[in-house]
Design a protein around this ligand. Structure first.
Ligand code: C2O
Length: 368
């Protein structure tokens, strides 16, 4: 199925071992050749990503302007790779079989490719937005759903008629409903306060208790063509519940009010058509930094029954396995230059030119 957000329909494990994932072969697309090792575009000043609920009017106006200019680029034929739709299509291509290597589908979800793919994806998206408003310091906001103040749809995405609005969201996002970070569509009746405290406890579990070493946090190795769910703690929860909460509508005519997995955020193929997607993933990306900041004791490699790969490095650090470090993705920068980028070059956000404005992380002391 196309959805992919709600579990894996055809889990066919392949006997192959993990290998570094190469960038797609673009010769078949007739595009320019990609020079290897092209240096990243120069950076000027650090871009600072701020919590979306706390930005000022000036920022909101800039972000709207940049997004609307990106949407204007969609009006030309053939589609501009920097346009909003083509940017959203990148996500679709990488999750629904758009890219074939050999004859196997490249999938960037459900494995250790999840964090680095989305980091690079946002990196280029942010640069394109900035260049459309001539602001080399422009930074995406982050949806601070791990903090009680950020557990609703950030208001800037809820202004009808603006470029950040998306009418295909679940109507409940419009009236200040509090997010349930643990829900895959079922609704639990509870107070807002209780829900927020459940969310903090859940964050503690996913960041601390359940993710003491890299394989748990990042997920297991990706095997080309495989559709097995090898996702890490945060990719599974709350990453997916936030998608579902935003994009899914309950069908009240169905017998038990069955959830209908709506367009845009509720489905992988369409998720990036909602501008809030990038704000959501900005916080997912921030969790990567936060997780490493927790640290922890060095542990011995733990043998894993399900896969031969062992958790290398121990404690809360990046994966040191070369197959991960050498995996590659492909993107266009703001000047339509094609880039082949490696996982090893996205481990330090400051080196990439951006950082997160610090926010308190109350979940860190939220032991159940
Ligand atoms: Cu590529 Cu939130 O999914």
């Amino acid at each position: 199925g196309l959805g992919g957000l709600y579990g894996v329909a055809n889990a066919i494990p392949l006997a192959a071992s993990a290998t570094p994932i190469p960038a797609p072969d673009l010769k078949t697309c007739g595009r320019a050749t990609i020079s290897d090792g092209l240096p990243l575009p120069p950076m000027t000043k650090l871009r600072i990503r701020s919590p979306a609920h706390a930005v000022d009017e000036e920022y909101i106006a800039k972000y709207n302007l940049a997004t609307s200019r990106m949407k204007v680029l969609d009006k030309t034929e053939p589609l501009n790779p920097l346009g909003f739709k083509q940017q959203a299509n990148i996500h679709c291509a990488y999750c629904n079989g758009g890219y074939l290597i050999g004859c196997k589908v490249l999938q960037v979800h459900n494995s250790w490719l999840f964090f680095p793919f989305h980091r690079w994806y946002l990196y280029f998206y942010e640069r394109i937005l900035g260049s459309l408003i001539d602001d080399p310091t422009f930074a995406l906001p982050y949806w601070n759903w791990d903090h009680p103040k950020g557990m609703r749809l950030p208001p800037m995405f809820n202004c009808e008629g603006t470029s950040l609005y998306d009418k295909r969201r679940n109507p409940h996002v419009r009236n200040g409903t509090v997010l349930d970070l643990g829900s895959f569509g079922e609704k639990v009746e509870t107070t807002e306060l209780q829900l927020m405290s459940n969310n903090l406890a859940l964050m503690y579990r996913q960041m601390v208790t359940n993710a003491p070493y890299p394989r748990k946090f990042f997920g297991k190795p990706y095997v080309l063509g495989s559709d097995v769910d090898n996702s890490g703690t945060i990719e599974n929860i709350p990453h997916i519940p936030v998608h579902i909460w935003t994009g899914t509508v309950r069908d009240l005519d169905a017998p038990n009010g069955e959830p209908k997995y709506g367009e845009d955020m509720g489905n992988f193929y369409s998720a990036a058509l909602d501008p809030v997607f990038y704000c959501h993933h900005s916080n997912v990306d921030r969790m990567w930094n936060e997780w490493k900041a927790i640290g922890g004791k060095k542990r011995r490699d733990l043998p894993d029954k399900d896969c031969k790969w062992k958790a290398t490095g121990g404690k809360r650090t990046d994966i040191t396995h070369k197959d991960w470090l050498n995996s590659e993705f492909f993107f266009y920068d703001e000047n339509e230059n094609p880039y082949r980028v490696k996982v090893r070059d996205c481990l330090d956000t400051k080196k990439m030119g951006y950082a997160y404005k610090p926010m308190a992380t109350p979940w860190r002391n939220f032991k159940p």
